[in-house]
Design a protein around this ligand. Sequence first.
Ligand SMILES: [Zn+2]
Ligand SMILES: [Zn+2]
Ligand SMILES: [Zn+2]
Length: 211
Amino acid sequence: MNVEIELMTIHASKDKEADYVVLIGLLSDELPAEKPVDDILELLLPLKESYPDAEERRLFYVALTRAKNRVYLVYSPLDPSNFMKELESEEYNTCQHEIINGDFSQNPYFPACPECGRGVLSIKNGSHGPFVGCSKFPVCKHTENICSFCRSGILEKKGENLACTNCQVAIPVCPKCGGDLLIREGKYGQFLGCSNYRSDDVISCNYTRKI
Ligand SMILES: [Zn+2]
Ligand SMILES: [Zn+2]
Ligand SMILES: [Zn+2]
């Protein structure tokens, strides 16, 4: 099989054709590109166009129509171009699984947000350390706890435990305050005690359970 691959900008692709086209860089800060409005060009245009980013939109159309057989759109669901967001919306009758990487939502590291279903979960840095949050923040405020053992999975409530989606870790949860239960040494042997217990704080959680 004779495969020829050419790399070019959208501008350079005008009037060209290929069997298959792969568009990369469909990210929020790449397309539409922010650029100063050209006043003279605006004057020369026959009608004031009502669509936002009309010029870049035309460019995107050019890119989409270069392929004879198929066009592949590559983008990160964490930071998609506004044009990709529009294509994903219900307004367009597009084949979603060909746009959204189906495997992405099944990836245990970055599952789809269980709350809004539109965003994907990723690791963010908070003031209390890393946590998992939804890419649609602030619209969606869903967060989850990261497994501190493998640092790749998410801790989900499973019965009386918090279980990791990635490794075998299952942390028993305090039914009183929701904190982790830790193995502690006592006078009479080991027991499970709440991680929020502080010996010098009488109002801290004092839940214990036999092992
Ligand atoms: Zn969400
Ligand atoms: Zn884990
Ligand atoms: Zn507790």
